[in-house]
Design a protein around this ligand. Structure first.
Ligand code: ADP
Ligand code: MG
Length: 376
């Protein structure tokens, strides 16, 4: 039976940056309890005090963030989909939180999540083998970005153009699933393999950044791991499948009406703003009890994350904010998004397929046993 649970919302307040410290920007956003923060708005008139799943203050390290969200990951080896994404204005700490800082230093959630996933898969395999079962698992990894509403493969080694999102019915679970047609997927056997792909994908992102001026804050990056774990005993076989999505969203800041933007730049911002507002609208629709129409198709991002947002996925949002006054209005709008997100209820179940033939064989042997009893 699916289990109802809310999207888990965590707020991470980063330390002031060197630039913020240099201008003596005052601190207006504070963690005041494990799950509560306060924000003085820019005009200083209103104080907001809000509670979330967890609030992490300036001193919180990468391990603390992982501890706060690891509940989203621990089910993946058992066939429960997981999705984690970071939201917030550019410079608020999304990439630091999701991947890690400084080139080559991937100490964020991604590497910790992947390490934990493989630990869980190996532990399950050992336990099943101890119990006399045959057990194996496979993990595949893909990495893409959505830029200007175009879906680009970051691992194909070439310009992948614009990939399409399609839907198919899973022949085993009979459920509709979205997938990206033509996206490259690589088999990974441990953290090291994923780090190699992450480095390659991040480089592909950076190469394009040189002529497009920091594309990383204008594109959504999505790393997905597809897991299949199978165990077989004498008279049964169970296949568990799950997808773990790790999403580093583009910056959520509003387009400034004052600044004069180049055509390319304003097109980028319009497409970011429309995909992030589509995300907000999907969250609002999902937060309503009636759930009449959920506008997944309004953006590539929401279409791609449809399975994650709409139901059968344990989902965690980390909203990243600056502590400083100059960012207070953006922080307020990030917290508004956080409020929408925490109203969304998910219906999470284990994606498990017990082999029909095995069930049939089991039923037939039971019938044979009962017949023998009748004859006695
Ligand atoms: P975003 O991805 O939201 O645009 P980044 O993750 O790139 O922002 O962070 C901007 C800068 O702030 C980076 O130099 C990063 O190292 C630093 N930073 C972000 N969060 C933290 C944190 N919690 N602790 C220390 N430095 C941080
Ligand atoms: Mg970033």
């Amino acid at each position: 039976m699916p289990k109802a649970e809310a999207i888990q919302v965590t707020i991470r307040i980063r330390p002031p940056s060197a630039a913020e410290s240099a201008i003596g920007d005052s601190t207006v956003c504070h963690q005041i309890r494990d799950n509560t923060l306060s924000l003085e708005t820019a005009d200083g008139k209103a104080n907001i005090e809000c509670a979330y799943g967890a609030v992490l203050g300036q001193e919180a390290g990468q391990e603390d963030v992982f501890e706060a969200i690891k509940g989203t990951i621990v089910g993946v080896a058992e066939g429960i989909n997981g999705c984690i994404f970071t939201y917030g204005q550019t410079g608020a700490g999304k990439t630091h939180t999701m991947l890690g800082s400084s080139p080559g230093n991937f100490d964020g959630i991604t590497v910790r999540a992947v390490r934990r996933l493989f630990e869980d898969l190996h532990r399950n395999k050992t336990e099943q083998q101890k119990g006399g079962e045959e057990s194996r698992f496979q993990v595949h990894c893909s990495f893409l970005q959505i830029y200007n509403e175009k879906l680009q493969d970051l691992l194909s080694g070439a310009e992948s153009g614009n990939l399409n999102i399609r839907e198919h019915k899973n022949s085993k679970t009979k459920k509709a699933e979205v997938f990206v047609s033509g996206l490259s997927e690589y088999r990974v056997t441990g953290v090291e393999d994923v780090l190699t792909l992450l480095s390659a994908g991040t480089r592909a992102r950076e190469v394009r950044a040189t002529d497009m001026n920091d594309i990383s804050s204008r594109s959504h990056a999505v790393l997905q791991l597809s897991v299949e774990a199978e165990s077989m005993g004498e008279d049964f076989s169970v296949l568990k499948r799950a997808k773990l999505s790790l999403v580093d969203l583009a910056g959520s800041e509003k387009m400034s009406t004052k600044s004069v933007l180049g055509k390319e730049h304003s097109k980028e911002l319009t497409s970011i703003n429309s995909s992030l507002s589509a995300l907000g609208n999907v969250m609002s629709a999902l937060g309503e009890k009636s759930r009449k129409h959920v506008p997944y198709r309004d953006s590539k991002l929401t279409r791609l994350l449809q399975d994650s947002l709409g139901g059968n996925t344990r989902t965690s949002v980390i909203c990243c904010v600056s502590p400083c006054q100059s960012a207070a209005e953006e922080t307020k709008s990030t917290l508004k998004f956080a409020d929408r997100a925490r109203r969304v209820m998910l219906h999470v179940r284990t994606n498990e397929v017990v082999d029909d033939k095995v069930l049939l064989a089991r039923a037939q042997s039971e019938i044979a046993r009962l017949r023998t009893l009748l004859k006695m």
